[in-house]
Design a protein. Structure first.
Length: 259
């Protein structure tokens, strides 16, 4: 996933004329930075959702004691340090300072915008607020890569964002059950319904491909998006099928964006 978004970022947001050395350096740094960032998100989610998971998912690794809170803390601090270092190497001092607002927004998501109880009652708004972090993130990537600010760059930022959100929907597409066998209202299909979630996922896949084509990726991006959308709805009743198609679509679309 991290490699796919490094490729997509370079393909849609890097200007023409970069040397091979610059491209490889940016690719490696973006890959490591995305990996560290996603790992940090997962660690903070374990902390944020500890009480909820303990109540309904006692078999999760942290709840079972397979991973200790101390280990989580070390992993989280290490990932955060790597993320900051990559941000500094990619953007220099100016880029690093411009990354601080992105970090500030991500901190708000950890603390549920200090309105956790209210957001629990407004699932869709909570989803939109959490996913909105990727817009400034990819805008920052465009800046440090040296993209010119144009409608193509905006389309590239939106394409990367929607592609990532489609993966997020796939990640929490299948309903989950508590120890009593009841559906827990913390997945998209459980709250929105299977049909709406599937429709949103297909729409995001197609839109990301269309925007990528607008950003300069070529007709291949739209073709891969359209084909993936068709394949998704071939077996809409199968959770494994839907999530597998989205998972396969990600590196294929990233390769089209890079080319």
């Amino acid at each position: 996933m991290s490699a796919s978004f490094a490729a997509a970022s370079l393909g849609l947001l890097a200007p023409a004329g970069l040397t091979a050395a610059d491209v490889w350096a940016a690719a490696i740094l973006l890959f490591v930075m995305y990996l560290a960032l996603l790992l940090r998100y997962r660690v903070t989610d374990e902390w944020k959702d500890f009480a909820h998971d303990s109540a309904v998912y006692p078999d999760r690794p942290v709840q079972r004691g397979v991973i200790s809170p101390r280990t989580l803390l070390v992993i989280g601090i290490g990932a955060f340090a790597v993320e900051l270092l990559c941000g500094l190497l990619l953007g220099g001092l100016v880029g690093f300072l411009l990354y601080l607002p992105v970090l500030a927004y991500s901190a708000l998501t950890v603390f549920e915008f200090f309105a956790g109880s209210w957001l629990d009652r407004h699932f869709t708004l909570s989803f939109l607020l959490h996913e909105a972090i990727y817009l400034p993130l990819f805008a920052w990537v465009a800046f440090v890569l040296g993209a010119s600010w144009s409608w193509r760059t905006v389309a590239g930022i939106l394409a990367c964002t929607l592609l990532l959100v489609s993966v997020e929907l796939a990640r929490k597409f299948s309903p989950r059950f508590d120890t009593a066998g009841a559906v827990v209202l913390d997945t998209y299909s459980a709250v929105w319904g299977r049909g709406r979630t599937l429709g949103a996922m297909v729409m995001l896949v197609v839109l990301s491909g269309g925007l990528a084509m607008t950003a300069g990726a070529g007709l291949a991006s739209l073709a891969i998006a359209a084909l993936s959308a068709i394949v998704i709805v071939v077996r809409p009743a199968s959770d494994r099928w839907v999530t597998a198609v989205v998972a396969i679509h990600l590196p294929l679309q990233a390769a089209a964006m890079l080319s």
